[in-house]
Design a protein around this ligand. Structure first.
Ligand code: ZN
Ligand code: ZN
Length: 158
């Protein structure tokens, strides 16, 4: 993300929060900056460790409350319905996810064909689409290049 993109997103977040009549505290501002800058879809614990240097007194509850507030304002989204901790996504451009089953990394990617899925759903007369996000599961290139990945394609034996 370049700095103009960051500034534009920051401005959008700040003005949406203010328009909702919510006070912009320094803590909230730092949480917003951290979620916009995080491209790794962190959970609340992950954000806490990113923020600890700047905000030594911040609690995990404060982070959760702020994140849910941003989600209610539709500034961020949450990922999947997983049994493990909820992860947050500050990238509101239409995008899709590649999820590594081995290390859990979630990478954003863009694909016009996937963006057109709502047309397919309409053609099938399933209902109205409000948003669509494709989640592809696999093993990421990092894990593939490390010998510990369980599903690493094995070279043919003969
Ligand atoms: Zn991986
Ligand atoms: Zn994402």
């Amino acid at each position: 993300m370049d700095s103009t993109d960051f500034e534009a997103r920051l401005e959008h977040f700040v003005s949406t929060v203010k328009q909702a009549g919510i006070k912009m505290t320094n803590q909230r501002l730092e949480i917003i900056k951290a979620i916009i800058q995080s491209e790794d879809h962190p959970d609340a614990e992950g954000l806490l460790s990113k923020l600890r240097d700047r905000l030594p007194l911040i609690s995990i509850d404060t982070i959760y409350r702020s994140l849910w507030l941003l989600a209610e304002l539709e500034l961020i989204t949450t990922l999947g319905n997983r049994s493990d901790s909820i992860r947050f996504d500050g990238n509101m451009k239409p995008h899709h996810h590649f999820v590594c089953k081995h290390c859990g990394a979630v990478q954003d990617f863009y694909n016009e064909a996937f963006d057109q899925l709502s047309t397919t759903v309409r053609d099938l007369n399933l209902g109205t689409v409000l948003s669509s996000q494709v989640e592809i599961r696999g093993i990421c290139t990092n894990c593939l290049s490390s010998a510990t990945a369980p599903d690493r394609p094995q070279a043919a034996e003969n």
